[in-house]
Design a protein around this ligand. Structure first.
Ligand code: BES
Ligand code: ZN
Ligand code: ZN
Length: 491
């Protein structure tokens, strides 16, 4: 799919469909609306007077063969009230619109991004939304698919806008959109199609394509590094574990401290011997979402040629019950040397992250960020709008929140008070892998903190936001986190 900027008048763009946002509090007397109304022979005011068109956020109306426009269809996008119209509204509006017209056989779509004070910002968000929505996860349907047939999306800008700047943000939006799409596509792959080794294969292909360095540790190498916690989780599965290390060397000084991004890569989480119920197991192919987010982010980081050294770490395992599986009550020795009493084999994410964070710490990073579908408790606390954010460092936390402002992905900071530490004290080992019934997202984060020690760090619990719950017209995986990571490391 080709994405480009066109300079010119919105009413003379030749295309199969022209998309234009309109506002709820915009009267037909105002300049743009009245011009549009005239060009439509009064149809806009008619639709308004009958109540068919209110321009409520997300409302979409298709008008065919508008007489005085060069577009085959005019697609009105309801943008809600002007005062609420931010970059995230633009992004989700385009997600909805492009998602909706996917089956329409439109080849060339034009978008006139009007009504936002910051043209560059809104353009980037629009491109991201449009690109993200061109994937809808029906790859395995053999009938009744609605494939994306759009070949070209044109973004219309007025003659007086600065071309170079707008082309740059369009490129950035496309890269971030494609990276999010990669994460969405990978998360969507079922457990019988993506294993730890195939995830490593995908990472290797990504590295080849985008000029990243890659190292994949197999189980013998992991034994050598004494990654006892990752190996303990992998024991129950016939699929061997992999530990993926992706490197982007972008800093002018080659010895500059790296930024480390860690993603939980559980390709399927059955719970292990602490087996999940059938219903809570249904979505557990998505337990690799953190890993997919890191892969997407690394792709964008390479494409944007970010001038930093950035390392992506992915511990990849499948969590299964079997005669070889770890048992509740087992004690394992993690890479850091700390011992862990494994009381619940379904709290496996924190085990594999413990070793990955320890590996990351040995790289002496500037800071680390981990992304993980870690706890049901976080999903219960925050629902599907915001992800949980934990940090041992206010400055890094602030940096992440600023990146989140730009990405439109929302977070909420949760606490890490020392007093919570007693929840994970073990009578026989240094730490146990579960706390009590309450505050499960926090005790999980406290567990991770043990392995981070004094490295500035953020932990992102994406358990509630990794899959769309009808929000923004998306289906399936969201790719939540990709854009925030990229915005964070590029600031
Ligand atoms: N992968 C799950 C967390 C999860 C739950 C993600 C629901 C997405 C939706 C994780 O490995 C897990 O099972 N956590 C347990 C921890 C518990 C045993 C302390 C949980 O949240 O129930
Ligand atoms: Zn689990
Ligand atoms: Zn899990």
């Amino acid at each position: 799919m080709n994405i480009r900027l066109v300079k010119g008048e919105w009413d003379s763009i030749e295309c199969d469909a022209l998309m234009i946002p309109l506002f709820e509090d915009e009267s037909e007397q105002e300049e743009f609306a009245s011009t549009l109304d005239q060009k439509l022979g009064g149809l806009l005011s008619e639709l308004k007077s009958t109540g068919e068109w209110k321009a409520k956020m997300g409302q979409i109306s298709v008008l065919y063969r508008p007489d005085q426009l060069s577009a085959g269809r005019l697609i009105l996008l309801g943008a809600g009230e002007r005062r609420n119209y931010d970059a995230q509204s633009v992004r989700s509006l385009l997600m909805r619109a492009v998602g909706q017209v996917k089956g329409y056989n439109l080849k060339r779509v034009a978008v006139y991004c009007r009504g936002h004070a910051d043209t560059a910002l809104s353009l980037q968000a629009a491109v991201e939304g449009a690109v993200i929505a061109t994937y809808d996860g029906d790859d395995y349907k053999t009938t009744d698919r609605s494939p994306n047939l759009i070949e070209e999306i044109l973004f219309v800008a007025g003659q007086d806008e600065e071309t170079a700047k707008l082309e740059e943000v369009i490129k950035k939006g496309e890269i971030l959109g494609e990276a999010t799409k990669l994460a969405r596509r990978l998360v969507n792959e079922p457990g019988n199609r993506v294993s730890p080794s195939s995830l490593a294969q995908t990472a290797t292909e990504l590295a080849d394509k985008y000029n990243l360095e890659i190292e994949v540790l197999g189980e013998p190498e992991m034994e050598k590094k004494e990654m006892g916690a990752v190996l303990a989780v992998a024991r129950g599965s016939d699929e061997p574990a992999r530990f993926i290390v992706l490197r982007h060397r972008g800093a002018p000084e080659s010895d500059a401290k790296p930024i480390v991004l860690v993603g939980k890569g559980v390709t399927f989480d059955s719970g292990g011997l602490s087996l999940k119920s059938p219903q809570s197991m249904e979505q557990m192919k998505s337990d690799k979402a953190g890993a997919c987010v890191v892969l997407g982010a690394m792709q964008a980081i390479a494409q944007l040629q970010i001038k930093k050294n950035i390392v992506g770490l992915i511990p990849a395992v499948e969590n299964m019950p079997s005669g070889r599986a770890q048992r509740p009550g087992d004690v394992v020795r993690s890479m850091s040397g700390k011992t862990i009493e494994v009381l619940n084999t379904d709290a496996e994410g924190r085990l594999i992250l413990a070793d990955a964070l320890c590996y990351g710490r040995q790289l002496e990073p500037e800071y680390m960020v981990d992304v993980a579908t870690l706890t049901g408790a976080c999903a219960i606390a925050l629902g599907s709008l915001r992800a949980g954010l934990f940090s041992n460092n206010d400055e890094i936390c602030q940096k992440l929140l600023q990146a989140s402002e730009r990405s439109g992905e929302k977070f909420w900071r949760l606490p890490l008070d020392d007093e919570y530490r007693k929840e994970i004290e073990s009578p026989i080992a240094d730490v146990k892998n579960v706390g009590g019934r309450w505050g499960g997202a926090i005790t999980a984060a406290k567990f991770l903190e043990e392995f981070v020690e004094d490295v500035p760090w953020c932990h992102l619990d994406i358990a509630g936001v990794d899959l769309a719950k009808g929000n923004q017209g998306l289906k399936g995986p969201t790719g939540f986190g990709v854009r925030t990571l990229v915005e964070m490391v590029s600031s």
